[in-house]
Design a protein around this ligand. Sequence first.
Ligand code: GDP
Ligand code: IMO
Ligand code: MG
Length: 427
Amino acid sequence: MSSVVLIGAQWGDEGKGKITDFLAEKADAVVRYQGGNNAGHTVVVGDEEFKLHLIPSGILYPDTICVIGNGVVVDPQVLLEELEYLKARNIDVSGLRISTNAHVIMPYHRLLDELEEERRGENKIGTTKRGIGPAYMDKAARSGIRIGDLLDPDELKQRLAAVLDQKNLLLERVYEARPLDIEDVLDKYLAYGEKIKEFIADTSHLINQIYDRGERVLFEGAQGTLLDLDHGTYPFVTSSNPIAGGACVGVGFGPTKIDKVLGVVKAYTTRVGEGPFPTELNDEVGDEIRRAGHEFGTTTGRPRRCGWFDMVMFNYAVQVSGISHVALTKLDVLDGVEKIKICTGYKYKGDKLESFPNSLKQLSLCEPVYEEHPGWMSSTSEVRSYEQLPDEAKRYIERIQELSKVKTAIIAVGPKREQTIVTESLF
Ligand code: GDP
Ligand code: IMO
Ligand code: MG
C-alpha cells in the first residue's frame, strides 16, 4: 500500500511528465489533481514523443488507471482531441476516468482569459490563454459548470442560462466583444458530454478503493510550487494549488494516506511567463542552457527564461510540500557548462536572507548569493548508475542534497525512459 505525490518544485516544466511515466510502470493508478491544459508534460518512449496536456502521463501503460480528479479544470474539446491523438498512436485509453465534479472550461473562459490579459497590458501575467483562471474564478464564485452537468440537459440549460447572461454582459459591455449564443453552447457541450460519458466516474471513491486494496497510487502535479495560487510568486501564478496538499483537495484523498512526496527539480531553473526570477541568466550561459535543454514551452512554444539552481527557492518548496525525495532532472544539460553556480541565499538591502521572501517586491529586489562548482565537461547521457557519473557531477548532486537535507531518489540524464538513474526506490 503506497502513494506518492509528485510535484514540480520550481516554476513548472521540471520534467514531471518524464518522471511520472517512469514511475507509472509500477503504479496501479496515476492521478492529475489540479490545473488543466495549461500543463504540457512530455514523455519520450523510444523514438516517439508524446505531449500530454490533460490526460495523466501514466496513460502510455495499458493496465494503469488514469484519473482526472475533481480539482482539474477540463476543456472537453481538448480532452477529445487528446484522446484522438493517443488513439491514433495505438494507445489504449480505456483506463481513463474523469471526476464528475471536475469543473468545465467553457468558451467564455477562453475568451475572457485572452481579453483580460490584453486589458492588463504591461502588467500581464503571461497566461497560457487556455481559460484556466476564469474557470477557477467561476468555481470559487459557485457559478461553474461541472463534468456531471454535461449529462443532464435540463440542469445544464438552467445553469448555463444564468451564467451566460452575466458573461455576455461582460463580453459586450466591458470588452466590446461578441456575445455567445446559448443554444450553440448548449448543443456543443451536451454533445461533448455524450462523447466522454463512458469515462465519467466517482474518482475519489475509486482512488481510495485502489489504495485501500494495497495498490500503488501516483499523483501527478502540474505546474510548480512557485506557480501555486497561495504559495507562489503571486500574482504571477496559476489559479490552482500544485503543491502536495493540493492532491488531497483535488482528488478527495486524505493526508494520512500520503506516503511520500517527490519533488521534481531541474539541475538549473526555468520560468515561462512574467514575474521575478532572482537567478535568471540574461547572458550566453543562459542562451546555452536554453539551447542544450530545448527550453521552449510545450504548450505555447514560448522560449523559457533560464537561470542557476536556486536553493532558497527549493528549500521553500521542501517546506510547503514536505518533500521527502527528489527527482533531479536534466543533469545532462549542464554537461558542457564549465562553471556551475548554486544560489545559497539572497541579499536584500545588504542583509543575507536564508528563507524565501513572501513579498514579491522584496523578491524582485533580492540579489542571489552564489557558490561556484566546477563543471564535469563530459557527457552524462549514457550514464545508467550513480557510480558511473563524473566526480564533479556527484559532488554537485551531493551538495544539493546536503543543502536541502532531502534524499535524491532519481536522476534524469535525458528525456528517454532509459536515461534515468534510480538511487532509491519509491514504490
Ligand atoms: P513538465 O511540464 O514538468 O512535464 O516538463 P516539460 O515536458 O514541459 O519539459 C521538460 C522537457 O525536458 C521535455 O521536453 C522533456 O522531454 C525533457 N526532459 C525531461 N527530463 C530530461 C532530462 O533529464 N534531460 C533532458 N535533456 N531532457 C529532459
Ligand atoms: P507544466 O505542468 C510552466 C504559467 C504561465 C503563466 C502562469 C499563469 O507543464 O509544468 P495560466 O494559463 O495557468 O493562468 O498561466 O503560469 N504556467 C506554466 N509554466 N509550466 C506549466 O505547466 C505552466 N502552466 C502555467 O506561463 O506564467
Ligand atoms: Mg511543461
